[in-house]
Write a protein that binds this ligand. Structure first.
Ligand SMILES: [Zn+2]
Length: 311
């Protein structure tokens, strides 16, 4: 069975998960519990807690030596990446349970060759702020309201940062000082890199998880643009280009080697490990991407995710 057939066959399973447009950290937790109940071979770990004390979860599936990692919702208003990733995870788990083909490999064979790690929501406080406003910001309520007043924002739909205004994807030790000089100097709804690298518990949790596992391939999901960034300062392995071209072939997403940007998770990962790391920008439009585009995006994201396990 080819991958497209696999996706058609599984459609009915996906509908059992109650997706909703207000997909917050609580929805995510319920979703994880539901997935684990359905597929008991999923292992659920807590890799850290957010500033407001919300657990940051990691799911892992597989017993192999090839280590693949996916993450989503580094940025608050890109929260749609969380249910997108969990749908892909469910596709993988369903294929394992039924032992059907993913591309040309049987899913149980992938299970024995690969270990998949997924952190579906890196920034739970930011996502909750996006959906529910400053009433859920706890001790950071004055901070987020002050920032919004400064920028004359009425809602939190432009918010990308964590709950105290640090951009978690601008926090990593890969020429962080370049970003510090040219980005906001104070907490903001986006782009403020913090007062020093890895100052935030959420970015630290991702750093520590990565150091602990040294994944062979990582995919960080953001929105939007339908592009995949795959390089950093020419330090990426030569394999990255082949892999990203394969992702392009199955998804239509355009590969981009580098842009003038530093201190991102992908940047640091490539610089530190000299291994494959990709920033996948899902969908096209203005953030937050409308929920109505979910099914369309999900097809491309699933193709990329499944492929990342097989290559
Ligand atoms: Zn982003």
């Amino acid at each position: 069975m080819v991958q497209n057939d696999l996706m058609e066959k599984e459609t009915h399973i996906m509908s059992e998960i109650r997706f909703q447009s207000k997909y917050d950290s609580n929805s995510c937790m319920n979703h994880l519990v539901e997935l684990q109940r359905k597929y008991p071979f999923i292992k659920l770990n807590v890799i850290g807690t957010s500033l407001l004390g919300t657990p940051i979860y990691e799911l892992s599936v597989g017993e192999g030596v090839k280590k693949i990692h996916w993450n989503g919702s580094f940025h608050a208003n890109e929260w749609i990446t969380t249910p997108l990733l969990l749908k892909s995870l469910e596709r993988f788990c369903h294929a394992i349970a039924e032992d059907i083909l993913i591309d040309e490999d049987y899913a149980q064979s992938i299970y024995h060759q690969t270990k998949l790690s997924v952190v579906p929501m890196v920034n739970p406080d930011g996502v909750d702020l996006f959906h529910h406003g400053s009433s859920v910001a706890g001790m950071y309520k004055p901070v987020v309201e002050k920032i919004n007043n400064q920028y004359k924002h009425v809602t939190f739909t432009s918010w990308k940062a964590n709950i105290r205004g640090v951009d978690l994807n601008n926090q990593f030790p890969a020429h962080w000082e370049i970003e510090q000089k040219r980005k906001p100097l104070l907490p903001s709804f986006r782009d403020f890199p913090g007062y020093y690298p890895l100052s935030e518990p959420e970015s630290r949790a991702m750093y520590q998880l990565s150091i602990q596992h040294s994944f062979d391939r990582v995919l960080a999901f953001h929105s939007q643009g339908e592009v995949i960034y795959y390089g950093y300062n020419q330090a990426e392995p030569s394999r990255s280009k082949e892999v990203v071209e394969d992702f392009q072939r199955i998804s239509g997403y355009l590969p981009i080697r580098t842009i003038d940007s530093h201190a991102g998770y992908k940047d640091w990962y490539i610089q530190h490990f000299k291994k494959e790391a990709y920033t996948v920008e899902v969908g096209k439009g203005i953030n937050p991407l409308p929920w109505s585009t979910f099914n369309y995006q999900e097809k491309q994201v699933s193709r990329i995710c499944m492929r990342s396990l097989c290559l």
